[in-house]
Design a protein around this ligand. Structure first.
Ligand code: IMP
Length: 416
């Protein structure tokens, strides 16, 4: 019936988990496309908080089928831990409702050791240290290990041996480097749980669509972290935009109806890299405090800044977004004046509202702002100032804002 996409339009942490959970009210199947445990999708239901790293956010709904697409990179031990945590938190039948693409790749301890070595250098990206980049490198070099190998032990041993040899010179010398036998021992209990969950994700999506079910394809990270179109090299190692989501899930664009772009009412970024609207000083700190801007995966403080319409227009184009979900509007109540960047002054003095094609220019642009009086929670969602801001964003981006989120709980969400 309907295949929709939900994805982030900034540098991640836009509140995708919450919006995906909200959209899952009407979805039978939710599919995660790419990335791995670098993501931290937070969902709050009736005061109870769930943080998901690998499992699609739909799992919090008791009947939803959740699929992990072939574009993902999965730490098998991490997946077992995440399922156990969810079951302990009262989520029912997690394994039974999970389907996993065997062509998703395995993140092994060696990938993390390579990343630790690289990130200890002065030119670090500021990654989540989950082994994401090195795993995608192994995949692209054709020496990676798809999860499918968990069902083929002889080939698994051969491939593990080859991969370890390949990665050894790149690993942190001081770190303990597990042997092939040790990694095999770690993988054995994972194989017993994961192999029975293997499925043809493409076929499941097509079948669900034919059966008049609604399917939600879930993006991870944000569009400005896209490997090709993001702020390279300060990006993740997968494609986070619509094209990457379709490729990661294994379906074509003709099935898709709506693409929901999730946008925070201000901007945050974790890790290094350019951030034109970053706010230095007490206002930025106040936003970080009010918005609890600490990474769900690493606990690192997030850098805070104003909403950047120039970048947002660009990511709307990159993703074919048809509707916006604007999150965390309540957080901006802590400031008196809310600013929005509508254009950049380039290093040569010219002003543009078009995102620079050269990603290295971004660090040298000066944002040009429009200012708005803030709103107060005492007036709830009736505050005119809030609606002026929301309407301005919709008008500047030429995109309807269909969902407004004003707090972490599922109930603090309205359709517009
Ligand atoms: P990696 O994905 O761990 O390789 O990290 C690359 C960059 O993407 C770093 O700046 C990370 O902080 C950022 N990043 C990766 N995943 C997320 C996410 O889910 N939210 C926000 N930033 C992320």
């Amino acid at each position: 019936m309907t295949v929709n996409i939900a994805l982030g339009l900034q540098w991640g942490d836009e509140g995708k988990g919450k919006i995906i959970d909200y959209l899952t009210r009407s979805a039978h199947v939710v599919v995660r496309a790419a990335g791995g445990a670098n993501a931290g999708h937070t969902i709050k239901v009736q005061g109870k908080k769930y943080v998901l790293h690998l499992i699609p956010s739909g799992i919090v709904h008791p009947e939803t089928r959740c699929l992990m697409g072939g574009g993902m990179v999965v730490d098998p031990m991490g997946l077992l831990d995440e399922v156990s945590e969810l079951e302990a938190a009262g989520i029912s039948r997690v394994w039974e409702r999970l389907g996993i693409a065997p062509c998703a790749h395995m993140i092994l301890p060696w990938h993390r050791a390579v990343e630790r070595a690289r990130e200890s250098r002065p030119d670090a990206i500021g990654t989540t240290l989950r082994g994401i980049g090195p795993c995608y490198e192994s995949k692209a070099s054709r020496f990676g290990l798809p999860l499918a190998l968990l069902a083929h032990e002889d080939e698994l041993i051969l491939r593990l041996t080859r991969l370890r040899e390949d990665l050894l010179p790149l690993m942190e010398p001081a770190s303990e480097i597990p042997s092939v036998e040790e990694v095999l021992a770690l993988l054995a209990p994972c194989a017993a749980k994961i192999v029975p969950r293997f499925t043809n994700v493409t076929q499941e999506i097509v079948d669900a669509e034919k059966a008049q079910n609604t399917i939600l394809l879930e993006g991870a990270q944000g569009s400005l972290l896209d490997l090709t179109h993001g702020t390279y090299p300060y990006v993740t190692s997968s494609s986070t935009i619509t094209g990457g989501i379709l490729s990661g899930c294994g379906v074509g664009p003709s099935l898709v109806s709506d693409t929901f772009g999730v946008v925070k009412a201000y901007t945050t970024r974790v890790g290094n890299g350019p951030f034109p609207t970053e706010i230095d000083g007490p206002v930025g700190e106040e936003l970080a405090r009010a918005g609890h801007e600490f990474g769900a995966t690493t606990g690192r403080p997030r850098r805070c800044g104003w909403l950047d319409i120039v970048a947002l227009r660009h990511t709307i184009h990159l993703t074919g977004t048809t509707a916006l979900a604007l999150t965390k509007v309540d957080v901006l109540e802590v400031v008196d004046t809310v600013k929005v960047c509508t254009a950049y002054r380039l290093p040569d003095g010219t002003v543009t509202d078009v995102y620079p094609a050269d990603p290295y220019i971004l660090q040298d642009v000066t944002p040009i702002y429009e200012s708005f009086p803030s709103w107060r929670s005492s007036q709830g969602l009736e505050d005119e100032n809030l609606h002026r801001y929301v309407d301005f964003v919709a008008e500047q981006t030429q995109t309807p804002i269909r969902v407004l989120s004003f707090g972490p709980d599922r109930s603090q969400t309205i359709d517009r």
